[in-house]
Write a protein that binds this ligand. Structure first.
Ligand SMILES: Cc1cc2nc3c(=O)[nH]c(=O)nc-3n(C[C@H](O)[C@H](O)[C@H](O)COP(=O)(O)OP(=O)(O)OC[C@H]3O[C@@H](n4cnc5c(N)ncnc54)[C@H](O)[C@@H]3O)c2cc1C
Length: 435
């Protein structure tokens, strides 16, 4: 589309993709950028990136994403992002009980790291417990059957703080923010023009209409509410997150540990020195929230609905701790929640115009649970799209309808996922009877 630098642009969603887009639009001379978010704070509590930390690892099975992450890591080392990037390394293993799928995936990740000219010198193979202890002495658990590799090129980002930093930077550069009840977007508004159906802006839940030449939807697991055309091609999915609250001494003792990841169990991070929280995630197929009427999974609308984790995930987190940091394995788990993201069958992002909108609406979606590492550069790909007639990267184009049998493939075929997705209704905590 032929967009002038002064044309009004609306971004819906102040999460990772929305804020990165605002940053790169403003850095590239666009002067009328407004961001809307339904939460009244940034980082928004609904954002998957409102979290202590996210893994930033360069090696993918697919060199396309490996090369992009190398660029992202270079950008993580620039002044705006560097305070939030921690290059602690990525200790990537399987336990002795790992299924073959997890073992095969680990091998492909390791090969990808070892074969890449930029990464290979940072990689150390770990043949078993002795090697792992040498790489990270704090892992004093039995590590039964564990093996894998350590990649010192990788690490993690403090994602909530990175969102807050970019928010402050773009706000200071003139991006306008509409938050809370004035920022919750109800619908994209369309008009009929000679060229065809076109968006004229958005309407917020308070009834206000906000005009725009271009509307960019970056609504994470809620994208389908505003762009129903995407249908089953984007699946709102969640994974469990929980934390152990440590003492000051325990946090200090674990400083600098690598992100520790067993493909069949889950992973944890260096504890956060401000809150003394050590974050844990179990590995699994995740949970979806399918509307029986449409067959489409959307993120629940309230935070309360996701303020728990299923018992089986809690058990798996404790198993991970027993094998690595056993003194923590019986501690209470705090700040438990299901965290929602937007999944696609093939794990590829969607960065494209919504068809039938005369290039007036762009969808940024399909983060598939691996998008945060791209935060510093994601918005550059949106600029590339705006410059082009159509999305030049085929795999990020709008997806054609799912398989003809009408049944969505919830992504179980993607090699790096272990386990099948379940419906959230199957795992809701049992309420005690009042009788
Ligand atoms: C448990 C978990 C672990 C993850 N771990 C990693 C990792 O280790 N490494 C990694 O790279 N990535 C990871 N990710 C993925 C990463 O968090 C996402 O890729 C990233 O947050 C996607 O950004 P987004 O902008 O699409 O969505 P989000 O960050 O979720 O932001 C969406 C925003 O849209 C807003 N919104 C929604 N609907 C509306 C509306 N109607 N009106 C206004 N605002 C609205 C929400 O409030 C929210 O702020 C993980 C995700 C999860 C869930």
């Amino acid at each position: 589309m032929c967009l002038q630098k002064s044309d009004p642009i609306i971004i819906v969603g102040a999460g990772a993709f929305g804020l990165s887009t605002a940053l790169h639009l403003i850095r590239n001379g666009f002067t009328s950028v407004s961001v809307f978010d339904k939460d009244d704070q940034i980082p928004p509590r609904y954002s998957a990136a409102n979290d202590l930390n996210k893994i930033v690892r360069a090696e993918y099975e697919d060199p396309f994403y490996t090369n992009l992450t190398i660029k992202a890591i270079a950008a993580w080392k620039t002044p705006l992002f560097a305070p939030h990037f921690h290059q602690t390394g990525f200790l990537h293993c399987v336990s002795g009980n790992a299924p073959q799928k997890a073992i095969d995936t680990l091998k492909r990740f390791q090969a990808s790291a070892e074969e890449h000219a930029e990464i290979r010198s940072h990689v150390t193979p770990l043949k078993g417990q002795t090697d792992i202890r040498q790489a990270c002495w704090q892992l004093e658990g039995p590590l039964p059957g564990w093996y894998g590799y350590l990649n010192r090129y990788d690490g993690y980002a403090h994602s909530a703080n990175a969102l807050a930093a970019v928010y402050r930077a773009v706000q200071a550069s003139g991006v306008r923010f509409h938050l809370g009840e004035h920022g919750a977007v109800d619908e994209v508004v369309y008009v009929n023009t000679r060229e065809g159906k076109k968006s004229s802006g958005i309407r917020t839940k308070d009834g206000e209409f906000h005009p725009a030449s271009l509307v960019i939807i970056a609504a994470g697991g809620s994208a389908g509410q505003l762009v129903p055309e995407v249908g089953k091609n984007v699946v709102a999915k969640s994974w469990s997150v929980a934390h152990v609250h440590l003492t000051d001494e325990e946090t200090s003792a674990l400083r600098g540990i690598p992100v520790t990841y067993a493909r069949d169990l889950g992973f944890f991070f260096e504890p956060d020195p401000k809150t003394n929280l050590l974050k844990l995630c179990p590995m699994g197929g995740g949970y979806i929230n399918t509307d029986p009427a449409t067959g489409v999974s959307l993120a629940p609308t309230s935070l309360e609905e996701s303020a728990f984790i299923p018992e089986q995930d809690e058990k798996q987190m404790r198993r991970l701790l027993e094998q690595t940091l056993p003194t923590l394995s019986d501690r209470p788990l705090v700040r438990k929640s299901l965290c929602w993201f937007a999944d696609t069958n093939d794990s590829d992002f969607i960065i494209d115009y919504v068809p039938g909108t005369t290039s007036s609406v762009v969808l940024l979606s399909g983060d598939s649970g691996h998008g945060f590492k791209m935060f510093p550069i994601f918005g550059t790909w949106v600029l590339d799209l705006l410059k082009a007639e159509k999305q030049p990267v085929t795999r990020w184009q709008w997806k054609k309808s799912p398989s003809s049998d009408g049944k969505a493939n919830w992504g179980g075929d993607v090699s790096w996922r272990v386990g099948e997705s379940k419906e959230i209704s199957e795992i809701l905590p049992k309420r005690s009877s009042r009788l």
